[in-house]
Design a binder for this molecule. Structure first.
Ligand SMILES: *Cc1c(COP(=O)(O)O)cnc(C)c1O
Length: 356
């Protein structure tokens, strides 16, 4: 626990007072909470709702913006003139960091890992990569399988030796500071649900670097909502994913001053929808993208939200979520990546025209 928190947190009742932490207010909040009538009817299961964190406003939006509100405030506090982060080639986090840095007048340098091995011009130059460049960020490419956070620190150290003040953000913005953005999202979502007397039975979302799920579960548990949360994995196996989330949730509890509020069994991930690997859409990913696009006019992405939605759809079909329940799908964004995945999506539009 930081010294700051020790001084500022004499009472457990201060736990959810997030204004104690520095924050740059840039996201368009609250994001809408909407009912998906046509998708719900098509699946004939629970009432499906969507929390539109694809609409956070910054450079086509997405979930990293909430985390960056807290992370970039720390960067400002240390007087950084450069922020650095890392991610996959089509990283939404890298793009949102580049946009945030532009807004705050900081340099942004990105390390991009080629995880998929795709040899496609749009994958390497369009979508998020195009937007990174448009926001003025510089990029370096790395091959797959390296310790990318270690690579990041090595490059940052080199820049520091030349006199720059560099603030590094871990992949996905997933540390206890970034997770505060999703503690805040839990507060926001529960307030919206209470206002309209929407009793939520389950929340489902795509989980990757763990910050979104960790922040949400801390917020949901600290408020004692009793709402279960399910992360649909996009990369790691279940045990690894759940333990990553739990570790970060524990650190986030420490930061907030509510140690022990999240227990291991509160953290649930289903990693059955990863397919061949990170960043490679499976057939059910493409079907989910088609269903949301053609029934609801909503754009999912091929790396995260498409897999999260594929999990939701399959679990409805299998009867894990049933009629009479209300399930909220948290849309974490990512539509900019669609333009880097034209080589996969052409296949989708041919196969899934039946849903029009
Ligand atoms: C990063 C990301 C996620 C996963 O969030 P984590 O906090 O990394 O687990 C989900 N969806 C999209 C679109 C993302 O960019």
């Amino acid at each position: 626990m930081s010294v700051c928190c020790k001084v500022l947190l004499p009472l457990p009742s201060a736990v959810m007072h997030l204004a104690r932490f520095p924050r740059v207010h840039l996201a368009h909040l609250p994001t809408p909470l909407e009912r998906l009538d046509r998708l719900s009817a098509e699946l004939a299961g629970p009432e499906i709702w969507i929390k539109r964190d694809d609409c956070t406003g910054l450079s086509t939006g997405g979930n990293k913006t909430r985390k960056l509100e807290f992370l970039m405030a720390e960067a400002q506090a240390v007087g950084a003139d450069c922020v650095m982060t890392q991610g996959a080639t089509q990283s939404n986090h890298a793009r949102q960091t580049a946009a945030f840095a532009a807004k705050l007048g900081m340099q942004c340098h990105l390390l991009l890992e080629d995880r998929t091995g795709y040899d496609d011009v749009n994958y390497h130059h369009n979508g998020n990569v195009l937007l990174d460049v448009m926001h003025g960020a510089t990029t370096e490419i790395r091959g797959p399988g390296l310790d990318m956070n270690a690579e990041l620190e090595a490059v940052a150290e080199h820049r520091r030796s030349t006199g720059q003040i560099v603030y590094t953000i871990p992949g996905g913005g997933s540390n206890a500071t970034g997770a505060l953005g999703y503690v805040n999202c839990a507060l926001e979502l529960v307030a919206q649900a209470n206002e309209r007397s929407l009793c939520i039975d389950h929340i489902v979302h795509a989980t990757g670097s763990a910050g979104t799920q960790a922040g949400l579960i801390v917020g949901l548990r600290a408020m004692n909502t009793g709402i279960p949360l399910l992360g649909i994995g996009v990369r790691a196996l279940q045990e690894a994913q759940e333990s990553n989330v739990y570790k970060l949730a524990t650190a986030t509890c420490e930061k907030l001053g509510c140690p022990g509020v999240v227990q291991r069994h509160d953290v649930v991930a289903n990693t059955d929808y990863v397919g061949q690997g990170y960043g490679i859409p499976a057939d059910d990913t493409l079907e989910a993208i088609a269903l949301f696009a053609q029934l609801e006019g909503i754009l999912l992405d091929p790396v995260y939200s498409g897999k999260g939605a594929a999990g939701l759809i399959d679990l409805v079909r299998k009867g894990q979520f049933t009629k009479g329940q209300r399930v909220v799908f948290l849309h974490t964004g990512g539509s900019a990546a669609l333009f880097g995945y034209t080589h996969c999506l052409d296949r989708m539009t041919a196969a899934d025209k039946a849903h029009v």
